[in-house]
Design a protein around this ligand. Sequence first.
Ligand SMILES: [Zn+2]
Length: 203
Amino acid sequence: MSKLLLKGFQRFKEKAYEGDDPLMPRLVREGQDPRYFIISCIDSRANPGTIFDTAAGTFFAHKAMGAIVRPYKTGTALAAALDFAINYNAVDTLIVLGHTKCGAIDALIQNLNDEEISSFLEVAQGGLAKAQQKTKPGRDLHRVTEEQIVLDSVENLTGYPSVRDALAKGKIEIKPWLFDMEQGHICEHNPKTDIFEPIESEV
Ligand SMILES: [Zn+2]
């Protein structure tokens, strides 16, 4: 059952453990120093390691259905992870990475009858209401909700003490991103136009 994964691990091992000054032994020796902290959906198609094609040691990862960030509460997995990444490492960029065709957003809109999932999604009801108000004729409610949830998650992030303090000191920035799976774009919210615009390649 796990053969597919172990074959992939073998390929990773050849790249990361062999040759001159291989990556993994170096990261073990010197420790990690990632610049990014990415909050993404659990969706198997929107995995940041895959879509950004990055090497080990590039970013911290946190996953939640719909990439939803709840308002701050002490003692949560996310609060501790952000504290570790910002205060004990040199992370300077937080990314909330939503994506199109998100099952969590669909469940929110469809009001899925599942106690466990609904109780998690409850926090995003306000975002859905905003999206319903904001959706102009011809625009897809799903897409507008996916975008709105990213914006609300970014807003909620700023209430986490480690994030709030680092923002006040100008140490970090937060990027509201949406992975457009159909078109193959990473879109970023432009506060001037209030539109998620595809990022032109900077490389
Ligand atoms: Zn999703």
